[in-house]
Design a protein around this ligand. Structure first.
Ligand code: G
Ligand code: G
Ligand code: NA
Ligand code: MN
Length: 269
C-alpha cells in the first residue's frame, strides 16, 4: 500500500528514469543473395527505452517490481506518456550526433492498459509533434499476449498507430498463444524473439530449430526478426547464419542511462 502511494507521487516528483539498450543490425539486413559478403561488425541502429524508478529510500527499482502495480492502478498511462516523451526527445538528440548515418530509431514498450487507452493514438501523435521526432523513427512494442488478448480490436489500434507512420513490434514472441490467422493481419514491422529461445541456441537440436523457424516466420510475414537477450558470441554467430536481422542483449550492452549513450554510439561507429 505504501508502494502505491509512493508511485502516485513518483510522477509529480520526477522519480522515473529511462535506461536505453541498443539494437544492432546484423549482416543479414543487407545481404545480397549473389555475393558472399564479408561480415560487417554489428551496428547500432536503434535503442529500446526501459523505465526504472529511482525511489528516494529504496534506490533504483526495476520495472518488474512496479509496472504491474502501475498497470493495476492505471498510473501506467501518465507514466508511459512521460517515458514516451523522454525517449522521443533523446532520439532527436542522438540522431544529431550521427548526421551521416541512417537515423537512430527509438522503441518504447506499451502495456495492455496503455494499449487499450482511448487517448493513446492522440498522445503518440502529440508527443511526436512536440518533440519533432519523425514518426518513422519510433517503434511501439507490444507483447504477443497483449496483441492477442482481443486480437480483433488490437488490429484496429495497430492500424491507427501505423497510420501515424510509426513502426510496430510484437514483443516476447513465442511466450504467448498466437493465432497465426491474426498474426498475418497485424501490420507489424518487427517480430522480437523472446530471450528464452535465444538462450537455448547452441543447446539441444530442438532449441536450435526453433529460432530459425521464427526468423523464417517473421520473413514470411514481411517482418524483420529481432533476437532479444543475446549474451554470447556463439549465439550471435548462430543468429547471423540464420539471417536474423537485428539483435539486442548484454553481449552488446546492458540498458544504460541516457548520459552513457553518446559514448556507446561512438564506440560502435
Ligand atoms: O528493464 P527490464 O529489463 O527489467 O524490463 C522488464 C520488463 O518491463 C520488460 O518486459 C519491459 O517490457 C517492461 N518495461 C520496461 N520499460 C517499460 C515501459 O516504459 N513501459 C512499459 N509498459 N513496460 C516497460
Ligand atoms: O520488453 P522486454 O521484456 O523484452 O524487456 C527487456 C528485458 O530484458 C529488460 O529487463 C532487459 O534488462 C532484459 N535484458 C536485455 N538484454 C538481456 C540479456 O542479454 N540477458 C538477459 N538475461 N536479460 C536481458
Ligand atoms: Na520490449
Ligand atoms: Mn521482450
Amino acid at each position: 500500500l505504501k508502494l502505491e502511494a509512493d508511485l502516485r507521487r513518483a510522477i509529480e516528483r520526477g522519480e522515473f528514469r529511462v535506461h536505453y539498450q541498443p539494437k544492432l543490425a546484423l549482416d543479414g539486413f543487407e545481404r545480397r543473395p549473389e555475393a558472399e559478403p564479408p561480415l560487417l561488425p554489428p551496428r547500432i541502429v536503434g535503442m529500446e527505452a526501459l523505465v526504472r524508478w529511482e525511489h528516494p529510500e529504496d534506490g533504483l527499482i526495476p520495472p518488474a517490481r512496479f509496472v504491474p502495480l502501475a498497470e493495476e492502478t492505471g498510473l501506467i498511462v501518465p507514466m508511459g506518456r512521460w517515458v514516451l516523451e523522454e525517449a522521443c526527445r533523446r532520439a532527436v538528440e542522438w540522431q544529431a550526433l550521427r548526421p551521416s548515418e541512417p537515423p537512430l530509431t527509438m522503441s518504447v514498450n506499451l502495456s495492455a492498459r496503455q494499449f487499450e487507452d482511448p487517448g493513446l493514438v492522440e498522445d503518440v501523435a502529440r508527443i511526436l509533434r512536440e518533440t519533432g521526432l519523425d514518426p518513422r523513427h519510433l517503434t511501439v512494442e507490444i507483447t504477443e499476449s497483449v496483441s492477442m488478448k482481443d486480437a480483433r480490436s488490437a488490429v484496429g489500434t495497430l492500424r491507427e498507430l501505423k497510420s501515424l507512420g510509426v513502426c510496430l513490434a510484437i514483443d516476447d514472441f513465442g511466450t504467448g498463444y498466437s493465432s497465426l490467422a491474426y498474426l498475418h493481419r497485424f501490420p507489424a514491422d518487427f517480430l522480437k524473439i523472446d530471450r528464452s529461445f535465444v538462450g537455448g541456441l547452441g543447446e539441444g537440436p530442438e532449441e536450435k530449430g526453433l529460432v530459425p523457424g521464427v526468423v523464417g516466420l517473421a520473413h514470411t510475414l514481411g517482418m524483420k526478426a529481432i533476437a532479444e537477450g543475446v549474451e554470447t558470441a556463439e549465439q550471435l554467430a548462430r543468429l547471423r547464419e540464420m539471417g536474423c536481422d537485428l539483435a539486442q542483449g548484454f553481449y552488446f550492452s546492458r540498458p544504460l542511462p541516457g548520459e552513457a549513450i553518446p559514448a556507446l554510439l561512438s564506440e560502435y561507429a
